[in-house]
Design a protein around this ligand. Structure first.
Ligand code: PSU
Ligand code: MN
Length: 290
């Protein structure tokens, strides 16, 4: 396969579904530049991952990312359809699962994002479980995230990770975070206090198992949303997305939340991704021996 690899030993993978489909139009590129700056300031290297005209790229330039974000036909790629989109020469934004697969293919071991996909709530329709969960059990990448999006069934998502045998550890937290909220009812396998110790665990665990690790970093306290606001916003967002399913449900609910909350969930989303990029960079700098 024709793949462009610009990774370095200090690379932090970044996904393209977030800028392409998770943020309002026009905000993806400036935010990506900001993340790149944060990662470089910590001595690591940003590696934005996506697919342009059928070619996977690890370490997209700003111009390449701009082309992807401008593409009218951008598709959302997970591990199920990634190969088909490559085969068809498509433009594709990679989700957590597809980003992990491409990162692992070139040996990138750290990936920072917002929240992983998971088990959707039961709206009385059918089962919907993100490919992100199985990817964590398949690819040797440490994913730094603020748990799973609180619009999902958070406790079932945590249980599914356990079933898949994925270690779920917290950075300075005791409970599985729920994206906009620092805590959920679910627990973690361990708490880590410092980056050096966490980096050693990650290196050993990825080497030992060839599988992934989920590193949970809760949203900064100052940016957390209140439980009461959250419950209200989610109820309204779910009403607006009634009848939508499959790969379109997450972007729909995220977009509706941003509107219903007057932009508050968007600010929270950006804040937690920045924080995860910083932690990912510190880990990658240590893993890469910088
Ligand atoms: N987190 C965000 N915004 C997003 C996503 C996560 O803050 O847009 C994306 C990620 O790419 C994740 C995907 O992998 O949503 C999950 O989609 P699905 O439920 O269809 O697997
Ligand atoms: Mn799904």
């Amino acid at each position: 396969m024709d793949m462009l690899d610009r990774s370095t030993p200090q690379s932090v993978a970044l996904e393209t579904t977030l800028p392409a489909l998770g943020l309002p139009a026009g905000e993806g590129l400036p935010f990506s530049r900001e993340l790149n700056g944060i990662i470089r300031s910590e001595g690591a290297e940003p590696s934005v991952i996506g697919v342009l005209r059928g070619r996977p790229i690890v370490g997209m330039t700003d111009d390449e990312l701009a082309a992807l974000l401008d593409s009218r036909t951008v598709e959302k790629a997970n591990t199920a359809n990634l190969g088909l989109l490559i085969h068809r020469g498509a433009d594709a934004a990679t989700t957590v699962s597809a980003t992990m697969e491409l990162a692992a293919a070139v040996g990138v071991r750290v990936f920072a994002t917002g929240g992983i996909g998971g088990v959707h709530k039961d709206y009385g329709r059918h089962l919907d479980i993100s490919a992100d969960l199985a990817a964590l059990a398949r690819f040797p990448v440490a994913v730094v995230a603020s748990g799973t999006k609180s619009l999902l069934d958070v406790v079932s998502t945590r249980e599914a990770l356990e079933s898949l045998g994925v270690p779920v550890v917290g950075f300075r937290c005791d409970r599985f975070p729920a994206f906009y909220l620092r805590e959920s009812d679910a627990t973690l396998d361990a708490r880590f206090e410092n980056e050096a110790d966490l980096a050693v665990f990650i290196a050993d665990e990825l080497d030992r198992t060839g599988r992934g690790v989920l590193v949970c970093n809760p949203i900064p306290e100052a940016d957390e949303v209140t439980r009461a606001d959250w419950d209200r916003w989610l109820a309204e967002a779910e009403r607006r997305c009634a009848g939508i399913g499959g790969r379109d449900i997450t972007p729909c609910v995220l977009g509706a939340l941003h509107e219903v909350s007057g932009g508050a969930t968007l600010l929270a989303n950006l804040a937690l991704v920045r924080s995860n990029a910083r932690l990912g960079a510190r880990l990658a700098a240590r893993l890469g021996g910088a």
